[in-house]
Design a protein around this ligand. Structure first.
Ligand code: PBG
Length: 395
């Protein structure tokens, strides 16, 4: 058992790095590239320590050389220089891949930082058009709007009010940046006093989120967004049948060019925590598991996506992102539809706090995550880093 140890001692080289040398090094043999100097020096020392082991080590080195000569494939040839690596790069990020979420609040006069999501703010209505213009100046093409109303009630009436917060924001943005793609989150949770995404009924200890009653309100919301200038509505509530109902209502009112980006596979996730602070929408009782999906289910996610496509979704979304890359990949492969992914608040906050602790480089981590999401099939990525990414991709 001493021999392999001796062999390893003799030739510590770069290819003994953790993880092992790819392909070339059978276990227990020394690495391929042994400079004669290193080999000679360590052979002396191992010779001193192990006597006849020197001979055996020579034998192993020769065995290695024979093996190396047979090596036809050397993937590292194409990783030698930045230019070669650029040539080989399969996935290129572009500023056009990203959608920037914006939170607009009726309750603030000044932009208010969201503590759990450094770099993200609630904006007063008077700032939203300038914010949108600044995003466009960075090269971004699309924003996703969330509204925080002054008043909440049990019918979410702020969601579909003609002069509701999102409706006002849409008009302001469109008057200043007509070409910016405006997408609206269509959901009731920010507007409901109880924070659920739909109309609720309480029976004793149980509460129900009523599907069809909720869909009616979602339809009203989507129509009012379209009327205020939304290019795209994005229902994020996970009620059954809402895509079909919204499509039909939009078409009936002449909004046949308003697209639907459906949050098609949206999981009941722990990673929405910081968003609920930003949107002031945590449920006051219970949780969202009777409408958002069980994170253990992949086939069900594919069925949900199939239904939404059938009902007329133009873009399907998977949410959250990193823990659901398998779903993203399968959705893109199976349906070939424009596919979006939402890199959510908790995923963003995780990296941010690691950056604050000095554990990660923010730019490198964000670019790696975004590239991975695109590689896994995302055509569109909703991310709180959209502005920074636009700058980093310029560098
Ligand atoms: C619902 C909605 C949520 C998010 C986007 N739309 C929260 C939820 O379902 O509880 C989460 C986004 C994020 O965490 O970044 N209106």
């Amino acid at each position: 058992m001493q021999t392999p140890n001796v062999a390893r001692r003799q030739a510590p080289g770069p290819s003994t790095a953790p993880g092992g040398a790819k392909g070339a090094c059978p276990r227990g043999l020394p690495p391929i590239q042994v400079s004669s100097k290193t080999a000679a020096t360590s052979m002396t020392s191992s010779g001193q320590r192990f006597g006849s082991a020197t001979l055996l080590a020579t034998h192993f080195r020769n065995a290695y050389r024979r093996l190396v000569r047979k090596l036809l494939h050397r993937p590292r040839r194409l990783r030698r220089s930045p230019a070669l690596r650029n040539l080989m790069r399969e996935t290129q990020l572009s500023v056009h891949d990203f959608v920037l979420p914006l939170f607009i609040s009726e309750k603030v006069q000044q932009r208010r930082p969201i503590a759990s999501m450094p770099g993200v703010f609630q904006l007063p209505i008077k700032e939203v058009a300038d914010e949108a213009r600044a995003a466009q100046d960075l090269g971004l093409q699309a924003v996703l709007l969330f509204g925080i109303p002054e008043q909440k009630d049990e019918q979410a009436s702020g969601a579909y009010a003609e002069h509701g917060i999102v409706q006002k924001a849409l008009r302001a943005i469109k008057s200043k940046c007509p070409d910016l793609v405006t997408i609206t989150d269509v959901c009731l949770c920010e507007y409901m006093s109880h924070g659920h995404c739909g109309v609720t009924r309480i029976d004793g200890d149980h509460f129900h989120v009523l599907n069809d009653e909720t869909v009616e309100l979602l339809v009203r919301t989507a129509l009012s967004h379209a009327a205020a200038g939304a290019d795209m509505v994005a229902p994020s509530d996970m009620m059954d049948g809402r895509i079909g109902a919204i499509r039909e209502a939009l078409d009936d009112r002449g909004f046949d060019q308003t697209a639907i980006m459906s949050y098609a596979a949206k999981f009941a996730s722990a990673f929405y925590g910081p968003f609920r602070e930003a949107a002031e929408s945590p449920p006051q009782f219970g949780d969202r598991r009777s409408y958002q999906m069980d994170f253990a289910n992949a086939n069900e996610a594919l069925r949900e996506v199939a239904l939404d496509i059938d009902e007329g979704a133009d873009i399907v979304m998977v949410k959250p992102a990193l823990p659901y890359m398998d779903i993203l990949w399968r959705v893109r492969e199976r349906f070939g539809k424009p596919t979006a992914v939402y890199h959510v608040s908790g995923e963003y906050a995780m990296v941010k706090s690691a950056v604050e602790k000095g554990l990660l480089n923010e730019r490198d981590a964000a670019l790696e995550i975004m590239t991975a999401l695109k590689r896994a099939g995302a055509d569109i990525i909703v991310t709180y880093w959209a502005r920074e990414l636009a700058r980093w991709l310029e560098d």
